[in-house]
Design a protein around this ligand. Structure first.
Ligand code: HXC
Length: 518
């Protein structure tokens, strides 16, 4: 080797070593002292060993305000590149808190935009790990431009490649809009927060006292706002969640999700399902038991578990094939549909439809939640979101009615009339315009007044209504239900149905895009 090459190699080694240290060992020690990991440690844990190809590790900012030309770090506060998770390619960026708190400069934004565009061009998912003090204050308008350049790529990539955001530290101000524009947000409990305006501004403007955790912590966003999909116990849990989530998804909108080998018997019956519906029509049971009894190996990967628990959404596999599951939860507010449940269900169905993931719907729904809170909050518009999502979805759709399917909620929950492909009901299905009690009160109010015992008269009419209308056969006689099935054989029937419609091709009328009731 010539001495010039040797020198140049030495220089490369030195510069790379400096870049790997980000803001320096003292800053890394500070991060560790807080119990957090560095950007590079997160990437190393998320990706398959030895697969990370880093880009732009020598990139530096170009700011001259506030003497910034003297403050330079190779890589400028973000680690970006390409790698593999379970053998499948991803593009990734992780904000490096060791460099000026990972604050976003013009050049830092350019690095993010580069991997996002590569993701879009190559049909590869993009993962962002957020941990940043927001806009780099010294860069002023250039930081704002940088953020907006990222937001635009988030918007353009939406529905093209899956986008996943991990929030591992601060994510505040307008910065929250990048995760908000992605498909899934995972927040680490007690070390991350997301809000538009922090506690100080809240105090000044509204004179309200609120902590960072109360205002934007993982617990709040997974229970109250619904902004976040999973509150991870710690960083390891967040990494595991991202890896597992990806395993259910295709690489892009032109591909199908990957199949995995299925060792769970396709013919497996579940006798438990023949007994799960209580005799009392108002008694609850856990719909997650129904899901786990039917899916491969009982594995259900739930999304937004603690938000609007009256509806369940998540991923699972049938016969090794990835599906999205939407289900009413009789165990929580009787599985009623309300504003939050409608939004949660609609967003999930639309994600599945973007990425060719069949949707399986389990129905036990008494109707929409009545009341001023719901009407004032726009339950009409929000309920319409779920209707719209199911109606526009062209992926294979299968519906199983286990018990109640009443009124508008019947129509919404992937009914035959919204282009569902295969609709089954258990014999315990109650498909009707409304519950028996409400129906006879409307139909027989005047007649009951003339009776000696109005209560007994109404009870008899209620029985009559139940026998004649609250069953699956009225719908089955018209072909709105394709078959009434034994609950124990639900797994096999779903796998068979999926097989029968796996070549489905359906389209929507040509248009620029629809106008979902937002
Ligand atoms: C430039 C910043 C910075 C920022 C932190 N630093 N935030 N530099 N721009 N936004 C620097 C600090 O000066 C410090 O530099 C180093 O990063 C570490 O910061 P510390 O404060 O020592 O760390 P810590 O105590 O852990 O607190 C982290 C923090 C806090 C909570 C993020 O730094 C903070 O509140 N920063 C300001 C947040 C903010 O107001 N951002 C702008 C929001 S407006 P030295 O040299 O001392 O190590 C916004 C608009 C976006 O984001 C709009 C998009 C559309």
């Amino acid at each position: 080797m010539s001495s010039t090459t040797k020198e140049k190699l030495e220089e490369l080694k030195k510069r790379r070593a400096a870049a790997l240290l980000g803001g320096g060992q003292d800053k890394i020690d500070k991060i560790h002292a807080k119990g957090k990991k560095t950007a590079r440690e997160r990437i190393a844990q998320l990706l398959d060993p030895g697969t990370f190809e880093e880009y732009d590790c020598f990139k530096r900012h170009r700011c001259h305000n506030f003497g910034m030309e003297k403050i330079q770090f190779d890589g400028d506060g973000i680690v970006t590149g390409y790698g593999k998770i379970n053998g499948r390619p991803v593009y990734i960026y992780a904000q490096d808190f060791s460099v000026l708190a990972g604050s976003l400069s013009e050049t830092l934004a350019e690095k993010i935009v580069k991997v996002m565009e590569l993701g879009m061009k190559n049909g590869v998912p993009v993962i962002g790990l957020n941990d940043s003090g927001g806009a780099r204050i010294q860069e002023a308008i250039e930081a704002l431009r940088g953020y907006t350049d990222i937001f635009l790529r988030n918007i353009l990539a939406s529905g093209v490649v899956p986008q996943i955001s991990g929030v591992f530290g601060p994510c505040a101000g307008g910065a929250v809009y990048s995760p908000a524009l992605t498909d899934f947000i995972i927040q680490v409990k007690l070390q991350s927060y997301m809000f538009l305006t922090g506690p100080k501004v809240v105090k000044t403007v509204l004179n309200e006292d609120v902590t960072v955790e109360e205002l934007g912590g993982a617990s709040m966003h997974t229970t109250k706002s619904g902004v976040t999909d999973h509150a991870a116990e710690n960083e390891d849990d967040a990494i595991w969640y991202i890896q597992t989530l990806l395993s259910y998804l295709p690489q892009n909108n032109m591909e199908d999700p990957p199949d995995v080998e299925c060792t769970d018997s396709i013919m497996r019956r579940s006798e438990l399902l023949n007994e799960i519906i209580p005799d009392n029509p108002n008694a609850a049971y856990d719909m997650k038991d129904v899901i786990r009894e039917t899916v491969d190996d009982g594995v259900f990967f739930e999304i937004k578990e603690n938000f609007a628990a009256n509806i369940i959404v998540g991923f699972a596999r049938y016969g090794g094939k990835s599906v999205g599951i939407v289900a009413n939860q009789p165990n929580y507010y009787a599985g009623v549909l309300d504003i939050d449940a409608s939004k949660k269900g609609a967003r999930f169905v639309r994600f599945c439809d973007c990425f060719n993931i069949p949707v399986i719907t389990f129905v036990d729904v008494p109707g929409f939640l009545p009341g001023t809170d719901q009407e004032f909050g726009g339950v009409i518009t929000n309920g319409a979101k779920l209707m719209y999502a199911y109606g526009e979805a062209t992926v294979p759709k299968i519906t199983i009615i286990t018990r109640k399917a009443y009124g508008g909620a019947y129509c919404v929950m992937s009914s035959k009339h919204l282009r569902c492909d295969i609709n089954y009901s258990w014999p315990t299905g109650e498909i009707a315009v409304m519950g028996a009690k409400g129906a006879v009160e409307v139909l027989y109010a005047r007649a009951a007044k003339k009776e000696d015992d109005p209560a007994a008269f109404l009870a008899e009419k209620e029985n009559e209504y139940n026998t004649n209308f609250s069953n699956p056969y009225c719908a089955a006689e018209r072909g709105y239900i394709d078959d009434v099935i034994e609950p124990a054989e639900t797994r096999y029937r779903i796998i068979n149905a999926l097989e029968s419609i796996k070549t489905k091709r359906d389209t929507n009328p040509a248009k620029k895009h629809g106008n979902i009731p937002l």
